[in-house]
Design a binder for this molecule. Structure first.
Ligand SMILES: C[S@@+](CC[C@H](N)C(=O)[O-])C[C@H]1O[C@@H](n2cnc3c(N)ncnc32)[C@H](O)[C@@H]1O
Length: 299
């Protein structure tokens, strides 16, 4: 698309947006505490991000890898930043009969922990066991006396709003919590993702953004793992989040969720950036993401 076209599309769009979506000032929920609100609208967000979970399930042979671990009974799982249990609900559909996971859940959000327990209670392959309302950074103290306890530990899209400076100790502790042959799975955005692009723009140009820490990304995990030397493999996943032009309200929610700040007039703030994500002919926005799936197996 020519730059002149982008300008005129932008002008058209901003006019349309101002009419369709009056800006509401809402409660400030920023950074990792964005998730702690009781009732943010997850449904519209889920439609857009479904592709992340579908791609992951399609890429990694979970069934094949988990089956041997289930030979001695229930697989002991620690789900770090479990949220509302989106990932287990996808995985549940593809696991085979004998696999059963008994899950300890950890999240800073009490309401997410509760919702996750409810989701798991309706699944075929998962049962919720303990719940830990805790920061990920505090895992070395929250889970201090459980060496070699877990067959699987995963952090699916939950190592974004953590203090990177504390994560080497956390990773070392997670490896200690794993039983021999157990797996640590990390699903994490990379520096090349639109999540990062939007968040960096927010950090550079928004008064509130200037006060927040950068997102932790896969490249931080890579540095940590390379310094502590476990064997690991990486699956690179590429996909776009797609939002149709007429779904203005969802677009604003999406942008706010990407920066984890509910108080920003996101359509206005990102106006100059949105043109580069717009596919004029298809009548939609496409936000390309690269999210890596890291697999560490304890030997
Ligand atoms: C994007 S959601 C992912 C939810 C879930 N893993 C999934 O994919 O279905 C991120 C979750 O991590 C939690 N979280 C983010 N930062 C955290 C931190 N520093 N300590 C504890 N939990 C955190 C949030 O409360 C939220 O529930």
């Amino acid at each position: 698309m020519e730059s002149g076209q982008i300008q005129s599309n932008r002008a058209r769009r901003s006019k349309k947006l101002a009419i369709e979506y009056p800006f509401r000032k809402s409660q400030k929920l920023v950074g990792k505490y964005y998730y702690a609100r009781d009732a943010w609208d997850v449904n519209s967000w889920r439609d857009v991000i479904a592709i992340e979970y579908e791609k992951l399930i399609e890429t990694y042979p979970f069934n094949e890898k988990l089956r041997p671990l289930s030979e001695n009974g229930d697989i002991k799982l620690l789900d770090i930043g479990c949220g509302t249990g989106i990932f287990p609900s996808y995985l549940d559909k593809v696991l085979s009969e004998p696999i059963h996971l008994s899950c300890d859940l950890l999240d800073l959000s009490a309401s997410s922990l509760q919702q996750c327990r409810q989701v798991l209670s309706q699944s075929d392959h998962f049962t919720a066991h303990r719940s830990y309302e805790s920061l990920i950074e505090d895992i070395p103290t929250t889970l201090s006396a459980q060496a070699s306890h877990y067959d699987v530990i995963w952090a699916i899209h939950s190592l974004t709003t953590v203090d990177v400076g504390k994560m080497t100790e956390v990773y070392l502790h997670l490896l200690d919590l794993l039983a021999p042959e157990g797996y640590l799975f990390i699903y994490q955005l990379t520096a090349g993702s639109s999540y990062q692009k939007l968040h960096s723009f927010y950090r550079a140009y928004h008064p509130q953004g200037k006060k927040v820490a950068p997102f932790m990304e896969y490249e931080d995990t890579q540095k940590i793992l390379d310094s502590i030397h476990p064997d690991y493999e990486v699956h690179e996943l590429f996909f776009p989040h797609v939002i149709r032009d007429d779904r203005t309200v969802i677009l604003e929610k999406y942008l706010r969720k990407c920066i984890l700040d509910d108080s920003v007039d996101a359509l206005k703030f990102f106006e100059t950036l949105l043109g580069e994500f717009h596919e004029e002919e298809r009548g939609e926005y496409q936000f390309p993401q690269q999210v890596n799936f890291v697999v560490v197996q304890r030997r």
